[in-house]
Design a protein around this ligand. Sequence first.
Ligand code: IVH
Length: 710
Amino acid sequence: MDLFSPEPAWAKARIAELTEKLNAANHAYYVLDNPQMSDYEFDMLLAELAGLEREFPDYVQAHSPTQRVGGAPVRNFVTVLHERPMLSLGNTYTKMDLLEFDARIRRMTEEPYTYVCELKYDGVSISLIYEDGELVRAVTRGDGRQGDDVTANIRTISSIPLKLRGTGIPSRLEIRGEVIMPHKVFHALNAKREEEGEPPFANPRNAASGSLKLLDPRQTAARKLDCFLYFLLADEYDGDTHIHSLEKAAEWGFKTGAYYRECAGIDEVMAFIDEWDKKRFDLPFDIDGVVLKVNQKHLWPVLGETVKSPRWAIAFKFKAQQVRTRLSGIGFQVGRTGAVTPVAHLEPVVLAGTVVKRASLYNADNLEKMDFRQGDTVLVEKGGEIIPKIVGIDLTRREPGGAPYRFAETCPECGATLVRKEGEAGYYCPNEDRCPPQIKGRLEHFISRRAMDINTIGESKIDVLYERGLLKTIADFYDLNYEALYGVEGGEQAVTGNRRVVSLRDRSVRNILSGIEASKRKPFETVLFALGIRFVGEVTAKALARHFGDIDTLMQATKEELLQTEDVGEIIAQSVLDYFAKPEHQAIIARLKAAGLQFATARTNESRAGIFAGTVWAVSGVFSRSRDEMKELIEANGGKITSGVSRNTDFLLAGDNMGPEKRKKALALGVEMVEESRFFEWLEAGEPVGGAADGAADTPSAADAAPSGV
Ligand code: IVH
C-alpha cells in the first residue's frame, strides 16, 4: 500500500475507529471523571483524525470530536417551539411546605411511592433532542413554550454526547438538564475579563447564560461549560421509575451526576436536604437547592400539573447563609484599569465555612444606596454568588450619631481627584500614567500570556523592578540590560506566603532578557492588545490591526474611521483616540518601534504580489459578502486597505448605501470608485490592476490600468 495515499476504505475505517476511540476518551474524561488516556495520546490521535478528515472530507462524521466547533458565527438565534412545554418547579423554603407537599400526594394516591432527591443545579436549563442517537437540536428554556436554538454552542460542551452509546436507545428522545459553569472556569474567566477591562460576571449562572448566548461557537467553546441532565422524555421508552431513566441516560453517555438518591419517605428527603445544605460549599459548582421528584412515573399523570409546574416534583431552595457582623470601615481599592471599588472592612466572622473579613460594595451607586453609618451592624450573605455580599443593615442595632460614609474624592494610591463619567456607576482614577497600581497593572498586562507572553518575568519581579525604578512604562522593558538587572534585590512573595529576598543572578537575568527578545516577534494585533488601551481587548485589537494595517494609520484615524471597524462603538473609538492623543503614549510607541516590535500586520510587511499589488483601497457600503471578506480579497491579491479616502487611495470599493462623506471625498480627490460587479470581473480576469502607491513605480498608475467610470 502506498503510505502517502491511503486507500479510501482504509481511511474510512481509520476515521471511524479514531472517532469512536476519541469520543470514548472524552466520555471517560468529561462525564465519568475517570480519564483513560493521557492528554498527549489524545492530542496525537486527534491530530491524526483531523489530518485524515482533511484529506477525506467525505468520511467526516457529524459526531467526530473535530466537529464540536464548526460553522461560522451566527447573526442571531432561531426561535424554536418546544415539543412539550418546559415547565418550572414550585419553590419551597421551609420543611413545613415539604410536609404539605408530601401530604397532598398521599391524599391523591393510595399507591406506594418513593422520592428521588437531586441537586438543584444553578445554571441555565436546556432541552436536547436526539434522533437515531445523534444530537440534532438544543434549545434554551426561553418562556417555557419556545426558546432559542443554541445547538452550535451546545455542541462545544465536551460532556454532552454528540452521539449516544449503548443499546435500547429510543429513535427519538428529549432530555433536559442544566448548563453550568464550574467555579474554576468562572474565576479564570472573570480574571481574564478584568484584565481586559471588561465587566466581570456576577455569578456562574450569569456567566453560563452569557456564554450560551454568544454568537460565535468558538467563543462558547473557550468558556468550558458543563452540563448535568436530569429529565428524560421519550415515547418508545417504558422504564417506570425516574431513577431508571437517570441510569439509562448515564448508560447512553449523559452526565447525570452521582448526587441523586432514592428516598423512601419525606424524612429521608429531609436528611438529604440537611446533608447537602452543609456539603454544597464543597462542590466545584453552584447549586441553589434540592429537587424532589416522585420516582414512580405512572403516578405523574395521576398527580398532574398546574400551568407552571408539575405536582409530582418540587424544589426546596437553600437559604443563602447569613451572619451579622460590625462594619469596621470602608476602603477604596484601585484596580489595574483605574476603576475604584469600595470595599467593606468587616469584623472577621465565619460564614459558610470561611472567615469573611471583607465584602465588595461594587460601586458608588451601590454605596449611596446602602447608606451605611459608622459603627453599623451589617448582614452578610453568601448565596449563589461566591463572593460574600452585604445585603442589609441591622437598623435595630444602629447607634445614634454615626457619620455617613462618602465615596472617596481622591485616589487612595496617588491622590489624584477621582472622576465619575456621566451615566457610569463608578469612579475611576484618571492618573493612569502615575498611579502605582495602574502602572504596575499595565506592566503586568503587557507581559501576560495573552499579551507579550514574557513569562520569564512574572508579577513579583515586576514589583521589584518597579520599586527599583527600572520599570516605569512598558517601553522600559526594552531598555533593560544585563548590567541593570544583575544583582537587583527585592522582596518576592514565595509560594509559602512568606516574603523571601530575591537577587537576580546570571541565569535569571539571561532568562528575562531572552524572554523580552522573543516578545519582539509578537504580531501587531498582540502588541496592540498589550498596550493596555482601555476597552481594547484581544478581539478589538485584532479587528483594529486588521482594519488599519499599521500603527501610523491607526494613530491618525479619525473617530468616524475608527467607528467603521467591526465591533468598535463610540466608547472604544473615544478611548483609542484619547490614548493616542497623549504625548507620553506617542513617546512610548516611538520607543517600542525603535526596539523592533511589530507595528504592522504581516501582510503589509510582506512585499505584496497579486493583481492589486501596489494599490491602496478604501472600502465602503454593503456588499453581497461581508466587508471583511471583501477586504481579505483585496489583501490576498496584494492590495492595501486604508480606513479613509485620501490622496494616496487608488480605489474606493463602493457598495450599496456607501457613506456620503467617502463618496464626496473620492469625487473631490479623483479616486476611482469600483462597484462590486466590476471588482469581481477584475478578479476573474486576473490581470494586474496597478497602483501608484508604495513605490510601485514600475506598475502603471491606477487610472491607466483600470477601466474607468463607475
Ligand atoms: S426538573 C418538570 N431537576 O430548576 C421538571 N430542574 O426552578 C422540570 N433545575 O427550570 C425540571 N436542577 O432549570 C429539575 N435536578 C433538577 C434541576 C432542575 C436545576 C432547574 C431547571 C428548572 C428550574 C425550576
